[in-house]
Structure formats: structure tokens, C-alpha cells
Design a protein around this ligand. Structure first.
Ligand code: CP
Length: 314
């Protein structure tokens, strides 16, 4: 692959290769000396047009730990504010010869469009409600390391699925790896189109959670609700907030996941989020750095090969 734009473009063996390399980077990140050299001499630019804590910080750390020169563009202070378009901004940066562009944008498809205008590797750090591929990969790595496998698991994705790029990328990945996926939430937040992927849809949380191995919680993404129906947080917590009573319907060793940012007392009870026997939320954050190192390492190898082939041909 030249870019990492979505899970949709990845084959199961490519997902496995990426997770295997991520495992190696987990070990490196836990070592006293955390430095590799896979990105030595390369320049990574992070362009975040939407807020981020986990994704931006982990892409920055991942690049630095592998030796890249990393620049975080302050998009709020950029000439986008003076009316420059996304494409003109991207082409301006492209003229400075970056090697890796990490982009988060509020519009679905914007990162794909940008990738067609530049001659470096582009990584999608989340585009609208479309895809968030590195989140799905870090979730997959967390599941594989905790459960010992990434196939034939019963996995519940709960809450605001309609507005979630995390849910979409996870559904695509977990389906490709042959898991059974259940979607749980109010009908207004669970589009029926996802049933096409063979997902079972549940409106009732207790029924949907019965005997699952993995429970993935999602926050209400009000910023993408476009003035549509927004449920009251109190009522939502009562029906769909994960608490001990609802979690008791899942398997005894079921793990609880959340991509963050978390809204305690809305989609998840704080005591469940902090329960070290069930919650793997902090493991997800740790896996995020390793997965982003692996993704950039593999794209950089491909980029170097393409450049060497182009130079041989010249
Ligand atoms: N999970 C996730 O994308 O978090 P951030 O918005 O903090 O990057």
C-alpha cells in the first residue's frame, strides 16, 4: 500500500502483518531505550483539522521514537483561516518534500482526496464519520493480545454507531478477520445499512451483551449530529450506559474497550472504565503508539522502494 486511508483497502494478511510488527514495537516501547531507526532521515507532518489527544500524541511519539523529523502543523493558526483550501495547503506542504503526512479532517473522504495531490505517504487519522483505520488496528491488537486470537469472537459495538468512524473501521476489520459482530443502540444511532456486513442489531443492551467476549463502548458524537435528535444523557445512561448490571450479561472474562474520549456517567460508568480486571482502555492507548510505528514503518519501506525504482528508471 502507498497510503493508509482505510481498513476497507486492507486484506486480512496485511492486517496480520501490521499487527505482528506492532507487537515488536510494543516490546521496544516498554524497553528502557525506546529508539528505533526505521524512519531515520524522513520528515513526518501531522495535520489535525479536528481536536485530538490520543491520535495526535501517539503519531508524534511514534515518529520520534523511529527517528523521523516530526512537525505538528497548528491548523488553527494556519492560512486555512485566511481561506486557503485543504488541497492548496496540502500542495504547499508537499513542495517542502515531506515523506509522511498524517491527516485528521472533519469531512469524510477529505484525506483520500488529499492523498491524490501529494507524492508522499498519507495516513488517515480520522475523516468525518468515514474511517479511523489506526484506531481499528490498535483495537485489534489489544483484542489479539488479551484474548489470544482475533477470529471467532463475539464482539459488541455499543452506542452511537451512526456517527462513528471508529465503529465503521472496527466493523470492517473485525468482519474481515471473521468475528461475529453485534451492534447495540437506539435505532436512531444504529443505521440498518451495517446489517449488510452480517452484523446482528440489538436495541436492548442486556440482550445484545449476552455471552459476548468483547464490549466496545462509543461516546455520543454530538459534533456530528447536524442538529438531529440528541438523546438526553440521563435517559441514555439508563438504557445504554455500561454499568456492572449490564456487563454481567457478557461472558465472565469479557473485556471492556473505549476509543476515548470517554464521557463517564453517559456511555460508561466510571467504575467499569477503571476496573483493571475488565477494562483495557489504557492498553488501547499503549497499543496506539506501537500500531502507528508499525504503520509508518511499513509505508516508509514502500515509499523508499518506489523512490529507488523511480530513480533506477530515470
Ligand atoms: N480515539 C481517538 O481518536 O481519540 P482522539 O480524538 O483523542 O485522538
Amino acid at each position: 500500500q502507498n497510503h493508509l486511508l482505510g481498513i476497507e483497502q486492507l486484506a486480512p494478511d496485511e492486517i496480520t502483518t501490521l499487527l505482528d510488527l506492532s507487537d515488536e514495537y510494543v516490546a521496544l516501547n516498554r524497553a528502557a531505550e525506546k529508539h528505533g531507526d526505521a524512519l531515520n532521515g524522513l520528515t513526518q507532518i501531522n495535520m489535525f483539522f479536528e481536536n485530538s489527544t490520543r491520535t495526535q500524541a501517539s503519531f508524534e511519539l511514534a515518529g520520534k521514537r523511529l527517528g523521523a523529523d516530526v512537525m505538528n502543523m497548528a491548523m488553527q493558526a494556519s492560512s486555512i483561516k485566511k481561506g486557503e483550501t485543504l488541497i492548496d495547503t496540502a500542495m504547499t506542504l508537499n513542495a517542502m518534500h515531506p515523506d509522511l503526512l498524517v491527516v485528521r479532517h472533519p469531512h469524510s473522504g477529505a484525506v483520500d482526496l488529499l492523498s491524490q495531490k501529494v507524492n508522499c505517504a498519507v495516513l488517515n487519522a480520522g475523516d468525518g464519520r468515514h474511517e479511523h483505520p489506526t484506531q481499528a488496528l490498535l483495537d485489534a491488537l489489544t483484542i489479539r493480545r488479551t484474548k489470544g486470537r482475533l477470529h471467532r469472537l463475539n464482539i459488541a459495538i455499543c452506542g452511537d454507531i451512526a456517527h462513528s468512524r471508529v465503529a465503521r473501521s472496527n466493523m470492517l476489520l473485525l468482519h474481515k478477520m471473521e468475528n461475529r459482530i453485534r451492534l447495540i443502540g437506539p435505532p436512531t444511532l444504529v443505521p440498518s445499512a451495517f446489517a449488510e456486513l452480517g452484523c446482528e442489531v440489538y436495541e436492548n443492551m442486556e440482550e445484545g451483551l449476552r455471552d459476548v467476549d468483547v464490549v466496545m463502548m462509543l461516546r455520543l458524537q454530538k459534533e456530528r449530529m447536524d442538529g438531529g435528535f440528541i438523546p438526553s444523557e440521563r435517559e441514555y445512561y439508563h438504557l445504554y450506559g455500561l454499568d456492572a448490571e449490564k456487563l454481567a450479561h457478557a461472558k465472565e472474562d469479557a473485556i471492556v474497550m473505549h476509543p476515548g474520549p470517554m464521557n463517564r456517567g453517559v456511555e460508561i460508568d466510571g467504575s467499569i472504565a477503571d476496573d483493571i480486571n475488565r477494562s483495557v482502555i489504557q492498553d488501547q492507548v499503549e497499543m496506539g503508539v506501537a500500531v502507528r510505528m508499525a504503520a509508518m514503518d511499513l509505508l516508509a519501506r514502500n515509499l523508499r522502494e518506489r523512490r529507488a525504482a523511480a530513480s533506477d528508471a530515470a
